[in-house]
Design a protein around this ligand. Structure first.
Ligand SMILES: [Zn+2]
Length: 305
């Protein structure tokens, strides 16, 4: 009995150690948890700051995107209106032409025309000069397929110049071998330009001029009329398609041979570096003589129909 009631003398010490150890573990765990929680909280705060920044950036991006969308919509509307704007412009040109022909206008008209392009090496420079002087002209185009040519077709049309047909191939011997050969080359180029720009050309210049068609001309013209085409020759030229000369000679060929005519159609070729050099003085000289420079349009009296 005595033995039974005898307390283990080590028990309190063991208990204390165990308790202390137990509290120690709990204390350690609690501290660890607290530290972890603080770290997590700090991360959350950081994330919230990041999120706020991201939201701010997102808001700015959305605002920018909305502004871009509005600009795109505006440009698309302008693009949609472009054909109508072009038509209105041609109507105004026609009124001016009528007034010039009636002798009631205080100006004359010159239609600058460029044949055989586009040319990668030079056409862009022609367009730069025309842009610089605010001149719209007419480009009688062949069918060319490089990417640079593609950009030129677009630039010519989209800056307001008139795109016209000069046949697909310009192969004189072949196209003037028969009426059908000629017409199919014209139609092929019409389709080429239609596909490229979504427009239907309705003005043609015969390669070499309409007289090159000789005996075929009347039949060709009748078929062109059925296709909705008119054709244009010229009454003024730099001479760049015929002979080499200096820019001054080319300039003078145009400026001294106007003969005071009320309406000029000036033939040039945008492959010519010489005409390119002469172009600024040709533009300035024609304007000094009272000419207004316009692009050709189907209803012009200079378009034979
Ligand atoms: Zn030509």
């Amino acid at each position: 009995m005595e033995r039974k009631n005898r307390r283990n003398p080590f028990l309190p010490a063991v208990m204390s150690i165990l308790l202390l150890a137990g509290f120690g573990v709990v204390g350690f765990n609690a501290y660890h948890l607290y530290a972890e929680t603080s770290t997590v909280k700090a991360h959350v705060k950081e994330l919230q700051t990041d999120t706020a920044e991201l939201q701010e950036q997102l808001k700015k991006a959305e605002e920018f995107s909305a502004a871009q969308d509005a600009r795109i919509a505006e440009l698309s509307a302008m693009e949609r209106d472009l054909p109508a704007m072009r038509d209105n412009y041609y109507k105004a040109c026609k009124e001016l032409e009528d007034a010039v022909l009636a002798g009631t206008a205080d100006c004359k008209i010159a239609y600058l025309t460029f044949d055989d392009g586009p040319y990668e090496a030079t056409t862009g420079q022609y367009l730069d000069i025309l842009d610089q002087y605010g001149v719209l002209a007419t480009f009688f185009q062949l069918a060319k397929t490089s990417e640079a040519d593609d950009q030129l077709y677009h630039r010519i049309y989209e800056t307001g110049h008139t795109i016209a047909n000069h046949t697909y191939s310009h192969q004189i011997k072949r196209i003037y071998s028969s009426v059908d050969a000629f017409i199919s080359d014209v139609v092929r180029n019409r389709e080429f330009i239609q596909e490229k720009l979504g427009i239907t050309t309705n003005i043609l210049r015969f390669p070499g001029g309409s007289s090159t068609a000789r005996g075929l001309k009347d039949d060709i013209v009748a078929q062109l009329r059925e296709l909705g085409y008119g054709y244009v020759d010229w009454n003024s030229a730099t001479g760049d398609g015929v002979y080499h000369a200096t820019p001054e000679e080319y300039r003078d060929n145009v400026l001294t041979a106007t003969g005071g005519r009320s309406i000029l159609v000036v033939l040039m070729h945008d492959y010519s570096g010489t005409t390119l050099a002469a172009l600024p003085e040709i533009i300035e000289g024609l304007r000094a003589q009272g000419y207004v420079l316009l692009p050709l349009f189907y209803e012009s009296t200079m378009v034979n129909k």
